[in-house]
Design a protein around this ligand. Structure first.
Ligand code: SF4
Ligand SMILES: [Zn+2]
Ligand SMILES: [Zn+2]
Length: 367
């Protein structure tokens, strides 16, 4: 059987006869060109745009991510996730009248051959989307570039340094702009991967927070949200491809943490046999109810925690930035780096030990 679809006003396709079996499962009028990675539905390009955009809009509305008049900063790296995020927020903001003001906020970690090229993409995006752009660099904030950090502390913990510094840099950049909401392009794959890693590590404290769509660190007035929480990475790539978005696809020079890489690989294998596993893992994480922590009847441990701990609004005693700990995580890492700077040319192994020591110190801090 065959069918002649109505003309496609967007793509100006001539009315070619197509087999019924090739028709889009949603509109039943255009040819299916995509098998949706999320549910394997065969759909046309226009229906894909519509369902993908509507799902993200629904996530935003259901979770009350924005309020009218809110100024938000999109963490923009030039990669596919943040490029689609900037495009999508601008589009949905205009279509559904969210009434938000969007600013692009980029972090220059100082990785030659990677970040310098991806920042060039962000600058083009700024022109394409006509959005203001603010760039904050590790060098100006910490006097270290990631290249210098890796040369000193080794490649093994590069993502830990990078993650701690970037999180704080995004907060500082947002504060500089007077913005209290940073939106990131973390997608469903990233979230499922984090849930898996926390389960495999038995890290229940982090597990609790890992599926939240809005997070806020203790001591920081800046909240973070992830509108792509339920969006599959493959669909984000498809959307960017079909919309011909300008994004940067080179991988970072420094490989991701080995454990994360293994969890990612494991999840990709699961996804190939059961595509819904990504959403299933997220939902499992959301529905896990943790046992109540034991209450210490003599109150000793709790009172120590309060005495030594920090309440919201406290500041790092070294750099003065908001921190729930006495010294912020960035300053702890910086201390370790400064200690190791002179030893690097003499004994590279001892610098790795130093980095490992700093990591252990970090694990004992409250986040
Ligand atoms: S892969 Fe690691 S080092 Fe590279 S940008 Fe990401 S977090 Fe930073
Ligand atoms: Zn269709
Ligand atoms: Zn500090």
């Amino acid at each position: 059987m065959s069918y002649t679809p109505p003309s496609d006003p967007v793509n100006k396709v001539t009315n070619k006869t197509i087999k019924i079996s090739q028709l889009c499962e949603l509109c039943h009028s255009r040819k299916a060109v995509i098998k949706r990675p999320k549910n394997l539905q065969k759909i046309c390009k226009l229906c894909f745009f519509h369902v993908f955009e509507t799902e993200i809009h629904n996530t935003i509305v259901t979770n009350n991510l924005f309020y009218k008049g809110e100024r938000v900063a999109v963490g923009a790296s030039g990669g596919k996730d943040s490029t689609v995020l900037a495009h999508m927020l601008k589009y949905l903001n205009e279509k559904y009248n969210y009434g938000i003001e969007i600013v692009l906020l980029s972090i220059d970690e100082g990785i030659v051959g990677y970040r310098d090229d991806s920042l060039a993409t962000v600058k083009r995006n700024q022109q394409q989307y006509q959005l203001p752009l603010e760039i904050v660099s590790f060098k100006e904030l910490y006097n270290w570039t990631m290249d210098e950090i890796v040369a000193t502390a080794g490649i093994r913990n590069s993502c830990t340094y990078c993650g701690v510094f970037r999180r704080q840099a995004l907060d500082r950049g947002a504060e500089k702009l007077g913005i209290h909401h940073v939106i990131t392009g973390h997608n469903a794959d990233d979230m499922a991967e984090t849930v898996l890693m926390n389960i495999l590590r038995g890290d229940v404290a982090r597990l609790e927070k890992s599926t939240a769509i809005i997070t806020k660190s203790k001591g920081s007035p800046i909240k973070r949200s992830k509108p792509f929480k339920y969006s599959y990475q493959k669909e984000i790539v498809l959307y960017a491809h079909f919309k011909k978005l300008d994004y940067f696809s080179t991988e970072c020079t420094y490989a991701p943490e080995a454990f994360r890489g293994t969890a990612r690989e494991f999840m990709k294998n699961l996804e190939s046999v059961r595509p819904s596993c990504i959403i299933d893992i997220i939902q499992s994480g959301e529905n896990l109810v943790l046992k109540q922590k034991k209450v210490h009847t003599n109150g000793q441990q709790n009172s120590n925690k309060v005495a030594g701990g920090f309440v919201d609004g406290n500041r790092c005693t070294k750099c003065g930035y908001l921190s729930s700990n006495d010294i912020c995580k960035a300053c702890i890492l910086l201390e370790g780096l400064e200690r190791n700077r002179p030893s690097i040319t003499l004994d590279n192994d001892s610098s790795v030990d130093g980095a490992a020591r700093v990591m252990r110190q970090l694990e004992h801090m409250s986040f």
